[in-house]
Unconditional design. Structure first.
Length: 143
């Protein structure tokens, strides 16, 4: 786990500060993160990543996937589920890149969501970053 954390931190330090990176770069980073979570949760966490071959080079905002994956784990299996599956699905749909991050959890939402409808910091930040980069074209992006 410590070696995985070291790999993750080295990847962050090697980052050149680019605003956008190829999707494959994001997937490689998330894979490092998921290795750490796999150690933490063991067999309780199943991961399914499906990526259409024609989207691996599409440019996406740097570090856009990790907070979404972290939320899916934290509010799914990390919230007390006995087991769960995390799914990441990337494809081109109608000429745009569509990335779905989901979990199979049936854990009830927190009763103290702060009046934000359950949309916490991770989703708000992701939505704000997408809006800054793409304007209203991102509207279906974060739900």
């Amino acid at each position: 786990m410590l070696a995985g954390l070291g790999d993750l931190l080295r990847a962050l330090l090697r980052s050149d500060g680019a605003q956008v990176v190829p999707l494959q770069h994001e997937l490689d980073f998330v894979e490092r993160y998921l290795r750490i979570e796999q150690v933490r949760f063991g067999d309780r966490l199943q991961v399914d990543v499906t990526v259409a071959p024609d989207v691996r080079d599409v440019l996406v905002p740097n570090l856009i996937l990790q907070p979404l994956v972290e939320n899916a784990i934290r509010h799914g299996i990390g919230a007390g589920a006995s087991a769960g599956q995390l799914a990441i699905h990337c494809e081109r749909s109608g000429g745009v890149l569509r990335i779905d991050v989901s979990n199979s959890s049936e854990v009830a939402p927190r009763p103290d969501d702060g009046g934000d409808g359950g949309e916490g910091i991770g989703l708000r930040n992701t939505r704000a970053r997408l809006e800054r980069l793409y304007g209203t074209a991102h509207l279906e992006a974060v739900r």
